[in-house]
Design a protein around this ligand. Structure first.
Ligand SMILES: C=CC1=C(C)c2cc3[nH]c(cc4nc(cc5[nH]c(cc1n2)c(C)c5CCC(=O)O)C(CCC(=O)O)=C4C)c(C)c3C=C
Ligand code: FE2
Ligand code: FE2
Length: 367
């Protein structure tokens, strides 16, 4: 239907926009029942405590980035690019709803109501579905939309772990990383995703399964026979056991094997603390310490044309109702058909290194 008024709402995590925002941002994160799965009566005081303890180490991370996260600016650039890619559809406006820092769902739902669209598409900037990210954002959005009196037909893109434009963009960026590393030996590619506590995955969360599908699809697209690669997990916080192998343990193994590394973030689609500090600074230093001969960090897909065209295609397909419904989540669209569906993802598979172990934990507080 041409010339519709469409609101595309981009979901992302959000990040502090000043040093003062670090602690309240962390409080919002730890107070999310999708992150800390205990009743609110206990969770809220615990979230205050954890935010207080984590504020110092997290603040130091954001200090390296000038006191704030660049996630909002990078997401704004993606919003403008998506609007341009969908300009032929009519009046399309992309909004941003962050989960833990501004602009959050309540502010955005109000803006969307004032825009008065015919339809709303919720588009997570998380290629892989997790209850801790996509589902949490979606739940918050529907609460906020109801409170704002926004009652427009809405469809949610579920996930796109193997979306061809996303895979193509990542592969393009990796090729030059592999070429650079190859001057120092036979490179190993680490597909590094944000980790999750094991019990979340055991509870049926499809995230790990989908991260592995993303890594496999990129390897297939790269078409580099004999490529040495592994799927691993970064950013562990807290005392729980997290999924592995950890990115740290894989860096250590590469040091022992004396192979150059190409580290590729596949669960983040723009730059922020986990890419610019954790990978670029901390893992680079660890690699140096462990004797890795060369370390390359591949940038996130950001506003790469094929990625943006891929996202625009998901919006078109969601509006056309062309894609398979995700049977687990009423009303949510699963663009990969059954391939990336949470329902199917219970079959845990794995491409895990035999040496993969526990991730070195990031302390919740300055220890
Ligand atoms: C793929 C995306 C993400 C998943 C899954 C996820 C789960 C998850 N995260 C924490 C704890 C923290 N995450 C933090 C930062 C952070 N997390 C993501 C993405 C995912 N998190 C992003 C994009 C960011 C960076 C935000 C920015 O810098 O702009 C932090 C804060 C930073 C720090 O203190 O180091 C914490 C804490 C848990 C516990 C969890 C799953 C249960
Ligand atoms: Fe996180
Ligand atoms: Fe699905």
């Amino acid at each position: 239907m041409p010339n519709q008024k469409i609101a595309v709402v981009l979901f992302n995590l959000g990040g502090p926009d000043s040093p003062e925002a670090v602690r309240p941002f962390l409080f919002n994160l730890f107070n999310d029942p999708a992150i800390i799965r205990i009743p609110g009566l206990f969770r809220t005081p615990l979230a205050h405590l954890l935010a207080k303890r984590r504020a110092k180490p997290a603040g130091e991370i954001y200090e390296i980035l000038g006191g704030k996260s660049p996630l909002l600016e990078n997401t704004q650039a993606q919003a403008r690019a998506i609007e341009s890619a969908l300009a032929d559809m009519g009046e399309v406006k992309a909004f941003i709803a962050m989960r833990y820092w501004h602009p959050m769902s309540d502010e955005t739902a109000d803006q969307v109501r004032r825009f008065d669209p015919d339809r709303v598409v919720l588009l997570p900037l998380y290629p892989q579905f997790s209850t801790t990210t996509t589902a949490s954002s979606e739940k918050m959005w529907f609460q906020a939309a109801k409170a704002a009196g926004l009652d427009k037909p809405t469809v949610t893109v579920c996930c796109y772990p193997t979306e061809p434009g996303f895979i193509k963009a990542a592969a393009r960026l990796i090729r030059s990383g592999v070429a650079e590393a190859a001057a120092h030996g036979k490179p190993r590619v680490l597909f590094s995703s944000h980790g999750l506590p094991k019990k979340v995955v055991k509870g049926g969360d499809p995230y790990q399964w989908q991260c592995e599908r993303t890594a496999e699809a990129i390897v297939q697209e790269l078409d580099m026979p004999g490529l040495d690669w592994v799927s691993c997990y970064q950013s562990r916080v807290g005392p729980l056991e997290w999924i592995g192998p950890s990115t740290d343990s894989e860096i250590e193994r590469a040091g022992a094997d004396k192979v150059p590394l190409v580290v590729v973030p596949i669960a983040f689609v723009s730059e922020h603390s986990e890419t610019l500090v954790e990978i670029e600074v901390e893992y680079r230093e660890l690699a140096h310490e462990k004797g890795v001969p060369h370390f390359v960090r591949v940038p996130t897909v950001g506003v790469e044309d094929s990625f943006i065209q891929g996202l625009a295609g998901l919006v078109r397909r969601a509006l056309a109702g062309e894609v398979a419904m995700c049977s687990q989540a009423g009303g949510r669209i699963c663009p990969d058909g059954f391939q990336g569906c949470p329902q199917r993802a219970r079959q845990q598979t794995s491409r895990q290194s035999p040496v993969g172990g526990q991730q070195a934990k990031r302390p919740l507080a300055a220890e």
